[in-house]
Design a protein around this ligand. Structure first.
Ligand code: AMP
Ligand code: MG
Length: 407
């Protein structure tokens, strides 16, 4: 049996970042850039007006006030998208809309609100400094600038910048496909009636949702029954269609736990089996060629917690992400909890924040089959292996799987 830190270390060592592919700009959303992006233009491409108003020569407004108006003759008007043939000289103004290019000769824009809105002539109420209300060419991005390095996580604001640079196609790391195989003779599909002795297959669905929440692609397989032939056929299929395979159930010590035998038979290299933790002790991990395989324990909470702690980070790493772990905070425990030494506990907790401090309370019974207390949790508190007693007021480390609540 190895420690959780050791298990995570072994897993992370085996992960390889995905190859890249070129996709349409919008399909790069949520993914990670696999190229440096250099701008071949200035953004904005030309000096333009930040306001609706009048393009003028700043010195014409020297000493202007409500009591001492300055009157300028209007040459014409300029909309966004058009260019002007007028040159603005002293004594003249060009009516200009936001986004329109600054005409030759003008060195400032007086906004509408500081004028009488005149059409043939305009009166200006105040002094306007040179350069006011002008957005300069290249003030956002300069031609030749490396705007993003490889590794940037593409959010809506990056999509906007890439669009303004004319990047209609973007190189990103390929999304991993994650095959999911639930095993068990007792399982029925969710739209089937519950015959005596049967339970519904929930793990396939919680895992699919977890894979989707990482931004990767789940590939659910049909339920594998607890025999070597069925399990082998479906594991082979899962390996064929995926970059990583997750199995659930069938990795304990029972007579019908055949997942390990099948993977042995297929020549997979077992990297570890059994981690000193609760829930999720029977967790197993293999490599077979380029593929990584997780044998997640069947209990629904063990499956979810093992995914959170071990699978999520590697999926994010495969996708090229650099922040692969949930935020970890110190929090004040609001219970007394006794445990035996020898196994770390991953405890389902509710995290609340007050005055910048985090407080955690248990969300309910901690049995590894009790999904309701998992559903109420926004954090997983880590109680170290050697700890035997946590008292009210003690500090514990918590992985935030959701936003904390306000106290
Ligand atoms: P196992 O690891 O196969 O011994 O399964 C441990 C427990 O988890 C058993 O009570 C199973 O019925 C339950 N279990 C296994 N797979 C699933 C699943 N896909 N959905 C819900 N419960 C499951
Ligand atoms: Mg089973």
């Amino acid at each position: 049996m190895i420690k959780p830190e050791e298990a995570l270390r072994i897993i992370l060592e085996e992960v390889r970042i995905q190859p890249f592919e070129e996709v349409e700009l919008i399909d790069s959303f949520g993914r990670v850039l696999a190229e440096d992006v250099i701008s071949d233009i200035n953004v904005p491409p030309f000096d333009n007006s930040a306001m609706d108003g009048y393009a003028i020569v700043a010195s014409d407004t020297a000493g202007a006030s409500k009591k001492s108006l300055r009157r300028l003759k209007i040459l014409g008007e300029l909309k966004a998208g058009d260019v002007s043939n007028f040159e603005v000289t002293s004594g003249f103004a060009l009516k200009i809309m936001t986004g329109a290019p600054i005409p030759l000769g003008a060195d400032t824009v007086v906004k509408k609100e500081d004028t009488d809105l005149g059409d043939d002539e305009v009166s200006i109420f105040c002094e306007v400094e040179k350069g006011k209300n002008i957005r300069l060419a290249g003030e956002d991005v300069i031609k030749g600038e490396r705007i993003f390095p490889t590794g940037v996580h593409i959010r809506p604001q990056e999509i906007g910048l890439l669009a303004s640079l004319g990047k209609s196609k973007v190189k990103v790391f390929k999304l991993p496909t994650v095959a999911i195989l639930s095993t068990g003779d007792e399982l029925v599909e969710i739209d089937e009636p519950l015959a005596p002795g049967k339970i519904r297959n929930s793990n396939t669905y919680s895992l699919m949702a977890q894979v989707i929440s990482c931004g990767a692609r789940p590939f659910p397989l049909e339920i594998a029954r607890d025999n070597v032939d069925a399990t082998k056929r479906l594991i082979e299929k899962g390996l064929e269609v995926s970059d990583t395979l997750l199995t659930t159930g069938g990795v304990s010590m029972g007579d019908y736990d055949v997942v390990k035998d099948v993977l042995d038979d297929l020549g997979a290299e077992l990297k570890f089996w059994k981690v000193a933790q609760k829930p999720g002790m029977p967790l197993a991990f293999w490599r077979l060629g380029e593929k990584l395989i997780f044998g997640l324990p069947g209990n629904p909470v063990s499956t979810i917690v093992c995914f959170e702690e071990y699978v999520r980070p590697i999926i994010l790493k495969m996708m090229g992400r650099s922040h692969i772990f949930r935020p970890e905070v110190d929090a004040i425990f609001e219970h007394d909890l006794q445990k035996k030494s020898g196994r770390a506990f991953f405890v389902r907790v509710n995290v609340k924040t007050k005055d910048g401090k985090h407080y955690v309370s248990l969300t309910g019974p901690q049995g590894s089959g009790i999904l309701k207390s998992m559903s109420l949790a926004n954090g997983i508190a880590i109680i170290p292996s050697e700890t035997t007693l946590v008292k009210t007021g003690d500090k514990v480390k918590v992985h935030l799987i959701d936003l904390p609540e306000d106290h």
